[in-house]
Write a protein that binds this ligand. Structure first.
Ligand SMILES: [Zn+2]
Length: 401
């Protein structure tokens, strides 16, 4: 910035602060298309301090972001990334290395997506899921082993990704909350891009809200398996991948969830055994019962959507909403926009001012966390008792049962 630019923003800061009760946000774009941004925070009477933003994310058909090199330096490429960098070049890899990606849902699709991102050189992953590993997950949950049963899925995954990551400085942050809880929601808002690997309507509707109100692109997908319970045979399987971000079609208009079913889930009916026992086998709640090979295909399609949006091969960043049919091997593409009157198009970029509360209390997530904490406490007590029984004198500051 020139001294003239600095003086101009400094003189504007008091007027903006008085009119909005918010600090002035200054933005400039260089001749190379790179943006920089700073807040002018009030520190006294007519005194304003310049605070540079770490990064500026540009919303639109293709993804781009510019970073303040002093705060987030360009990561060095390790030898492990030689082939990857040769495919799309240093500039794109520098962007991938600094982008912060959230994977919401650490199930079968989410674990494969996270593994791909870690190997592609993504530097920061935020993993959001309240659930624990169960024995029935082991046929499709990447990295999970029988010894992990009962552990939080995000912790198991974060630990394994540390060994797979190729970035010079890699961080996987596990968040043991659902995206519908305020803690999970806030963690998602810290991301530049989100992957929706959830299997329920409420979390998907929250991610749709974030995509439009907070301008964070959401890569979403899903798997639908048709099988005959009578004949015990597979009839077909389909999987989809698309990105929800303005001006593309939103998840609700794509039919990825039914808003009527969201309110049923928010009211807790999906976790009520008496309600579950009365719903049909084709209800949305059962639609994501999948197997590893289909999860692999869906995760691959989702990752390719991300790569198109960032790399723009041959100038194409949008390959449309894609659906692949297993039986016929065909792929469908759609470039349709939102339906007229779509609510999400009316809240684009409103952020915290959007007139809707999407988070709420999630009893099952709460119970799952407290059960894990109790189990960890019991294991700790057992360990201390074992030490005492072997005449080991414990220091006074050790926690007692
Ligand atoms: Zn829409």
């Amino acid at each position: 910035m020139s001294q003239d630019d600095i003086r101009a923003e400094q003189s504007l800061a008091p007027t903006i602060q008085a009119a909005t009760q918010l600090p002035l946000l200054g933005l400039t774009v260089g001749c190379d298309g790179a943006w920089s941004a700073r807040f002018w925070n009030r520190i006294g009477h007519r005194r304003y301090d310049l605070n540079w933003c770490e990064s500026v994310r540009i919303a639109g058909e293709w993804f781009n972001a510019t970073y303040d090199n002093k705060q987030i330096p360009q990561p060095p490429f390790r030898e492990e990334l030689t082939r990857t960098v040769s495919a799309w070049g240093d500039e794109i890899q520098a962007l991938i290395g600094r982008v912060r990606i959230g994977v919401v849902g650490a199930g079968s699709v989410g674990s494969i997506v996270a593994e791909s991102l870690a190997r592609m050189g993504v530097g920061q992953l935020i993993l959001i899921d309240h659930d624990a590993v169960e024995r029935v997950n082991l046929d499709r949950l990447l990295h999970a082993k029988s010894r992990d049963i009962g552990c939080a899925k995000v912790r198991v995954l974060a630990k394994a990704l540390g060994a797979s990551a190729t970035a010079a400085s890699f961080q996987a942050l596990p968040i043991e909350y659902s995206i519908v809880e305020s803690e999970g929601f806030r963690a998602a808002l810290d991301c530049d891009i989100l992957f929706s690997c959830v299997d329920r309507p409420w979390p998907r509707s929250v991610l749709n809200f974030i995509a439009y109100a907070h301008l964070i692109p959401v890569v979403d997908g899903g798997i639908l398996i048709h099988s005959s319970r009578k004949r015990q045979g597979l009839i077909g399987a389909d999987w989809k991948a698309h990105i929800a971000t303005p001006p593309r079609r939103c998840l609700e208009c794509l039919g990825q969830y039914d808003p009527g079913v969201v309110s049923t889930e928010r009211d807790g009916y999906f976790d009520d055994p008496s309600y579950i026992s009365n719903i049909s086998s084709d209800h949305p709640i059962y639609r994501n019962e999948n197997v590893f090979c289909f999860s692999l295909a869906a995760a691959s399609l989702e990752i390719l959507q991300l790569v198109s949006m960032i790399v723009r091969p041959s100038g194409i960043s949008n390959t449309g909403a894609m659906a692949q049919h297993f039986v016929t091997g065909t792929i469908e593409q759609s470039y349709d926009k939102c339906n007229s009157g779509c609510f999400f198009q009316s809240i684009v970029a409103l952020g915290d001012h959007a007139p809707v509360q999407v988070t709420g209390d999630h009893r099952v997530a709460r119970d799952a966390r407290s059960a894990r904490q109790s189990k960890a406490r019991r294991a700790w007590c057992k360990f201390q008792q074992m030490l005492r029984s072997h005449y080991v004198i414990l220091p006074k500051n050790w926690a007692r049962c």
